[in-house]
Design a protein around this ligand. Structure first.
Ligand code: THG
Length: 362
């Protein structure tokens, strides 16, 4: 495959010199920004993530900042999740929907002040939707993309590495909460969160200029912890059932179909509430799927069949070194979604036997 032609349209990140020097061998584009995909090798990266600690350039998780007198009103209009109990130091996984309940994004919402939020978006132009709602209603809030780039520290030794750079106080951060911790004279939002189930943190690096200094500080402090550059691992995130917008769900799906119904609890009259609640009994839903035999890489949805009839699609599939089988995420029709149901998946390399699992692997 060819490499990416350099241009201003495909953005580098504050950490690009770091990931380049660390041997990024494959990358993708996410929110029009470079996202590393592989360093030493998919399986080696996965094993290292589960054993040591990695630093991830996830600057492509861009922030949509909403600030001003009507910031909370704007959030209440677009959030199906009840924000009333959201604490000042809290992060919420939040389905973002249109008026019909179709998923537009699945961001992490960060509450910075009563009148100031970051929407940490997945790969879609959600900022434009938020601007559209604000402008249609004439709300008094600014909506923009600040110079803030998340850097994730993930893996079982994350607490040890973070304590060395930010002090033992980092160990006290609770899941999906954050503290403001100083680095080079700036207060950075440091949350216990991240796109893996190996434990870890996300540092919202406020100002590109301190990106490489922070990168270098983490690597200098973690040499004996075997810290390495890493990136979200498809193997690990499918084992964990972490969803990828654009892969596992699109605007064609509701949060209920994605198993995100527990995040639909706002008592308010948000945009799309009626449309969404009318679809609260889904006829298809995301399921863990095991696939037998050798499978090729997946770059489009593979049809799932039962008795020759299409009953869903596999949206992500990959070999799991730990479970020694192919793990997958699929969208499956109700009549076939029970655990234990035998299906056939039409891969590009031919049909394979598959089975619906009762839960994800980790
Ligand atoms: N971190 C931040 N921003 C992000 C992502 C992230 N933006 C893009 C993308 N990832 C958004 N998607 C997800 C998907 C899953 C999770 C976070 C963001 C996640 N889910 C946990 C789970 O499903 O077990 C926890 C959910 C919960 O209990 O609240 O972490 O990774 N900053």
């Amino acid at each position: 495959m060819a490499s990416i032609f350099p241009s201003r349209r495909v953005r580098s990140t504050p950490f690009t010199p770091g990931v380049t020097a660390a041997g990024m061998s494959v990358c993708t584009v996410y929110n029009r920004m470079i996202l590393p995909s592989v360093f030493a090798g998919q399986e080696e990266d996965y094993r290292h993530l589960k054993t040591h600690v990695q630093v991830w350039d996830v600057a492509c998780e861009r922030q949509v900042e909403v600030v001003g007198p009507d910031a909370r009103r704007l959030l209440d209009l677009i959030s199906p999740r009840d924000l009333d109990k959201m604490a000042m130091d809290q992060c919420y996984y939040m389905p973002a929907i249109d008026r019909d309940g179709g998923m537009l994004n699945d961001p992490v919402l960060v509450k910075l002040a009563e009148d100031r939020f970051w929407i940490s978006v997945a790969d879609s132009d959600y900022l434009q939707y938020v601007v559209g709602v604000r402008d249609a209603l004439g709300l008094d809030a600014q909506v923009f993309e600040p110079d803030v780039s998340p850097l994730a520290v993930q893996g079982p030794k994350s607490d040890d590495l973070m304590a060395r750079v930010f002090g033992d106080i980092a160990r006290d951060i609770r899941f999906f909460r954050y503290k403001r911790l100083p680095f080079m004279g700036r207060e950075l939002v440091v949350a216990r969160s991240g796109y893996s189930k190996q434990g870890g943190f996300e540092i919202y690096v406020d100002g590109s200029d301190i990106g490489m200094p922070l990168w270098d500080a983490l690597f200098a402090a973690g040499a004996d912890l075997n810290v390495r550059a890493g990136c979200p691992s498809t193997m690990e995130r499918v084992e964990a059932g972490l969803l990828s917008y654009g892969n596992d769900m699109t605007r064609d799906n509701t949060p209920f179909e994605c198993g995100l119904g527990k995040f639909v609890n706002s008592p308010r009259d948000y945009i799309g509430k009626a449309g969404l609640l009318a679809r609260s009994e889904p006829t298809q839903q995301i399921r863990p799927i095991e696939i037998m035999g050798d499978i090729p890489p997946i770059n489009f949805a593979w049809p799932l069949r039962a008795g020759g009839k299409e009953v869903g699609q596999v949206t992500t599939a990959i070999w799991s070194p730990d479970f020694k089988t192919n793990v997958a995420i699929g969208m499956v029709d109700r009549a076939h979604w029970d655990a234990g149901t035998a299906l056939e998946v039409e891969t590009v390399a031919g049909p394979r036997k598959a089975v619906v699992k009762d839960k994800f692997w980790i």
